[in-house]
Design a protein. Structure first.
Length: 117
């Protein structure tokens, strides 16, 4: 099982980034996919989630209107489009997969996003 995040980096305030998470080794379309983030000295927090097949999404209030989560089940990939980035969005962003029926849970290794001028 692998979840490989990519797309992180350094961006100026107001800028945009798109994170990708490529999954392998499990039935991607059966899993709820989520993005979490963890800033230095803070707990890991849920940023956004997307249902396995319905496409229903959840986005945290702190990023609502700026971040969009999407998935492509044919490519086994989940995305996080981040616009209007703020310094407080600086964190390591993690991809997560959960199969609700069994509780099976996988994590990626994380990708650093730094928003700074």
């Amino acid at each position: 099982v692998q979840l490989v995040e990519s797309g992180g980096g350094l961006v100026q305030p107001g800028g945009s980034l798109t994170l990708s998470c490529a999954a392998s080794g499990f039935t991607f379309s059966s899993y709820v996919m989520s993005w979490y983030r963890q800033a230095p000295g803070k707990e890991r927090e849920l940023v956004a989630a997307i249902h396995s097949t319905s496409g229903n999404t959840y986005v945290a209030d702190s990023v609502k209107g700026r971040f969009t989560i999407s998935r492509d089940n044919a490519k086994n990939t989940v995305y996080l489009q981040m616009n209007s980035l703020k310094p407080e969005d600086t964190a390591v962003y993690y991809c997560n997969a959960v199969r609700v029926t069994t509780g099976t849970n996988y994590w990626g290794q994380g990708t650093q996003v730094t928003v700074s001028s």
